[in-house]
Design a protein around this ligand. Structure first.
Ligand SMILES: [Zn+2]
Length: 237
């Protein structure tokens, strides 16, 4: 593989809009700073009440362009059926090895959606397995440096946050590229408690609340699988 194809950051998303919801502002920031960022969706969103797989594929393409992603792929593990199995772990481990990305992101397993929970556990295991030479996949073993979790709903487990105030409006434009999900969702009358027609405003409130906790207007929250060293003398003002 040509070095040009390697990534600095590899993000796994259970559904084809979760990376944008959880860390769209951070992705914009990373790409603007010259980092090579890729997203691998774990399914095609074919079970979604809003839109269908074909519409969602077009929306993913539009959103990826707006974000400036260097790669967008899909492991096609089945919407509503994403499971933390050994077979799926190996597929994700192979992706980590292939792109040799030192920084891996996945959705937090502390999430009410079963696909999100499974994606968090499965990718965390894959990140570990990817470094073991005797675990065989197509590409050779690779030790990534970090596995970070991004958040879609809850805040209790966030341990650090990224200020996305300057990126927030573009993040909203990226999310509007998912027209079937956020702009003109065709919702059945009894559709409740899954997602609502004003979901963009919910995301705004969520990012605003996290921002408030770090003295920023908008922020996205994260956790790390291991302690992150902080240089105490320099952060104490
Ligand atoms: Zn999702």
């Amino acid at each position: 593989m040509n070095d040009k194809n390697l990534l600095d950051v590899l993000i796994f998303a259970p559904h084809p809009d979760d990376a944008e919801i959880g860390m769209g502002g951070t992705i914009l920031k990373l790409v603007a700073s010259g980092k090579r960022v890729g997203v691998i969706d774990l399914c095609r969103g074919e079970l979604g009440t809003k839109g269908d797989a074909e519409i969602r594929a077009r929306e993913v393409e539009a959103a990826s362009r707006l974000l400036g992603l260097h790669y967008r792929g899909n492991l096609d593990l089945g919407d509503g059926r994403i499971m933390d199995t050994h077979e799926n772990r190996l597929k994700a481990a192979e992706a980590i090895r292939r792109f040799r990305s030192p920084h891996v992101f996945t959705c937090t397993p502390q999430d009410p959606h079963p696909d999100h929970r499974a994606a968090g556990e499965m990718v965390q295991a894959a990140y570990f397995l990817a470094r073991l030479p005797k675990v065989e996949t197509e590409s050779p073993a690779f030790s990534a440096k970090h596995c970070f979790y991004y958040f879609l709903h809850e805040m209790q487990h966030i341990t650090f946050a990224v200020d996305i105030t300057d990126q927030f409006e573009i993040k909203m434009d990226v999310l509007r590229a998912f027209r079937s999900q956020f702009v003109d969702p065709d919702l059945p009358p009894d559709y409740k408690y899954v997602g609502t027609s004003d979901y963009l405003r919910q995301i705004e409130a969520y990012n605003r609340t996290i921002g408030g906790r770090i003295g920023a207007v908008y922020a996205e929250g994260y956790a790390s699988d291991r302690p992150i060293p902080l240089s105490l003398p320099t952060i104490i003002e």
